[in-house]
Structures are given as C-alpha cells and as structure tokens.
Ligand binder design. Structure first.
Ligand SMILES: N[C@@H](CCC(=O)N[C@@H](CS)C(=O)NCC(=O)O)C(=O)O
Length: 211
C-alpha cells in the first residue's frame, strides 16, 4: 500500500515530539524524508516554515496526496494519521483492543508528556520549585505505567502501538530520572522497545537527515 506513495516530508528536529513522528512513520512502513530545522537558529520562524505551520513549531509533515498536499502539524495528530493510513500497524484493528491502546496512548500524552513539557517551560523561566513538582508528577505517572506491562508485552496490550511510541520517547528522555532496578517489567519493556528496528531508525532520523 505504501510503496507507490510519494515520501512524506517530515520537517523537524531532534526533539521528543519529532522523534515520535519518525518512529511512527518507520513502524507504519510509510516512506518519508526528513527536512531538518535548526531550532536554535530560529528556522521554525522563517516565513517559508510559517506558511506551513503558523505556530512556528515542529514537527510538520507534507503528504503529497493527489492534487492537494496535506499539511499537518501536532505530533500526536500525525501519529493518528499514520495509524489511519496504515491500518493495523500502529493500533489494533479490533475495537476493544484499539480502545485499550488509545487509553494508554492518551495516558502518556496527557499525564506524562504534557506535564513534563510544562515542567520544562517553568524551568526555562527559572521557576525551579514549581518545575520540580511537575517533574515528580510526570515521573510518578511514568513509574506507575510499570503496571501496564506487568501482564501484557506492550503498553497498550499485546501488540506494539502508539502507546509504546509515546511512552518510549518520554522514558528515553527521562531515563536518568527513572530507577530501572525498581521494576523489572518496566525495564524489560524499555529494553525490548529500544531494540525494535523502527525505534532504532526513528531515533536517528534527525541525526542523519533523511528517512
Ligand atoms: N503540541 C505540539 C508542540 C510542538 C512544539 O512545541 N514543538 C517544539 C519542539 S518539540 C518547537 O517547535 N519548539 C520551537 C519553538 O517553540 O520555537 C506537537 O505535539 O507537535
């Protein structure tokens, strides 16, 4: 299904939001090409990028579909789009299993990643006390996710899904703050996901500059 497609253009940088998209495209088997922006140089606010994403953020994708390009921002909307384009690759097809995987996906997005991003923002403003409170809340939610992989192989059930991609990028970013000896299930899950070919390739996508 994906072989006759134009490669999706993935505009981004080495950040968690962009890495989630690269891993999802790898796992979905969708061809893509990376366009690297230098966020420190402010490339995200160049007029050409603002025309694609007026918020001046990454990631953004361009999917050359027929006569009109699909331009999409918001990393997690892009992940859901990839799941729709390649049914069964990123979310289970069965409705009950799919709902369970989505529940976990949103757990990581809202209870772990969003809280961690707020902590980062407060830290950048010098508000270390409030930032530490949110960091601990986010880390606690991540630690608590060990129970998700106690009885199933992956975060959202018995198949790899968007829930694992969301969980992995934040766990990887916070790995120094997690006591990996405290829970064998969490470390077993992390080690397995880290070795997955799509994850290995996706994590390097913005280093080599192509998909
Ligand atoms: N909710 C958006 C957040 C996008 C976002 O904040 N991107 C950051 C990088 S992870 C960015 O572009 N930062 C550059 C800036 O704000 O100037 C998403 O998930 O895509």
């Amino acid at each position: 299904m994906a072989t006759n497609r134009h490669p999706i253009e993935l505009i981004g940088a080495q950040t968690g939001n962009c890495l989630r998209v690269a891993i999802a495209l790898e796992e979905a088997g969708l061809p893509y090409q990376v366009r690297l922006l230098d966020l420190r140089q402010g490339n995200q606010r160049d007029p050409a990028h603002l025309a694609l994403n007026p918020a001046g953020k990454v990631p953004t994708i361009i999917d050359r579909l027929g006569e009109k390009d699909l331009i999409l921002s918001q990393s997690n909307a892009i992940l859901l789009y990839a799941a729709e384009v390649m049914p069964g690759r990123l979310l289970p097809l069965d409705g009950r299993d799919r709902a369970a995987a989505l529940e976990r996906y949103f757990y990581f997005l809202t209870d772990v990643i969003a809280v961690s991003h707020s902590a980062f923002f407060l830290r950048s403003l010098g508000n270390h006390e409030a930032s530490a409170v949110l960091d601990e809340r986010s880390n606690g939610a991540l630690r608590d996710a060990a129970r998700f992989v106690k009885d199933t192989r992956y975060m959202g059930g018995n198949s790899f899904s968007l829930a694992d991609i969301a969980a992995f990028t934040i766990a990887s970013a916070r790995r120094r703050h997690i006591d990996w000896n405290a829970d064998a299930h969490l470390s077993r899950w992390f080690d397995e996901v880290e070795q997955r070919p799509s994850v290995r390739k996706g994590m390097k996508a913005f280093k080599r500059g192509d998909g």
